[in-house]
Design a protein around this ligand. Structure first.
Ligand code: SAM
Length: 241
């Protein structure tokens, strides 16, 4: 998979070199390119030079903050997006990013992440690339507002790339995880069996696989009911009622 990140803060993405994602890059399972958006801001929309490399301007209609310019984003994305590539625009006003979407995106040949700042990116950018045939997804990490798209893009990159076949050392670990089947994962324990007066549930020490499996299933259902009742009603997660 090829990943392209466009940002005015490329230094955020030094984290791409560490951990499993760093290894996947070395093994060439994932090719990640980080681009400084200001590279494409050397000229203004009228073709004259812009020594300030401006990427934002005041919003039409007035209001607080600045909006990222469509002409700069257009030049950048024209250069970076490959035929068949997916354009992801992180946005708190987007549709929720879910495990199901991560699994879907793990099959893409290229994903370009357009990291907004300020009040976000001129809305015509998403509209244009959709109109010319790219798959465009405006995705929210959650119901809160970050300062920029970088943290959101990195979270999505990590969630997507770990689902690429061959990425995880133990492929089974992603089958039983939270959200894999629409439920939260059961609680996990390791040695010592007794710690600060707290004992591991007896069933986990019983060696009885059938009983352990049913206990874990009950725990999944109970945790999900208590913490995330919305998942039972959410068709995106595919949970039977
Ligand atoms: N004015 C925008 C709004 O109210 O929808 C918020 C802009 S936010 C300050 C700046 C950038 O941070 C956004 O363009 C987006 O890239 C990113 N961002 C903020 N919160 C996000 C979230 N929950 N999910 C994904 N991206 C987010």
């Amino acid at each position: 998979m090829r990943i392209d990140v466009l940002t005015i803060f490329p230094e955020f993405f030094s984290v791409l070199d560490v951990s499993l994602l760093g290894k996947a890059r070395q093994a060439e399972l994932v090719q990640a390119n980080v681009h400084d958006l200001r590279t494409w801001a050397a000229m203004k929309a009228d073709g004259t030079p812009d020594i300030h490399r401006t990427v934002d301007d005041a919003p039409f209609g007035g209001g607080a903050g600045m909006v990222m310019k469509a002409d700069v984003w257009g030049r950048a994305l024209d250069d970076v997006l490959q035929p068949g590539g997916v354009l992801v625009i992180p946005s708190p006003a987007g549709v929720p990013f879910t495990q199901a979407l991560a699994a879907d995106l793990a099959r893409a040949d290229q994903i370009a992440f357009a990291c907004g700042r300020y009040e976000g990116i001129d809305a015509r950018v998403a509209e244009h690339y959709d109109a010319v045939g790219f798959r465009v997804l405006e995705l929210s990490l959650g119901d809160y507002v970050l300062n920029g798209g970088e943290v959101a893009a990195f979270a999505m990159i990590e969630a997507i790339t770990r689902l690429i076949p061959g990425f995880m050392g133990n492929a089974e670990s992603i089958v039983e995880e939270s959200h894999a089947d629409g439920l939260l994962e059961y609680p996990s324990y390791t040695r010592p069996a007794s710690w600060r007066g707290l004992d591991v549930p007896d069933v986990l020490l019983s060696g009885h696989h059938g009983k352990i499996e049913s206990w874990r299933r009950e725990q999944q259902l109970e945790r999900t009911r208590i913490r995330r009742p919305d998942l039972f009603a959410d068709p995106r997660e595919g949970v039977a009622q």
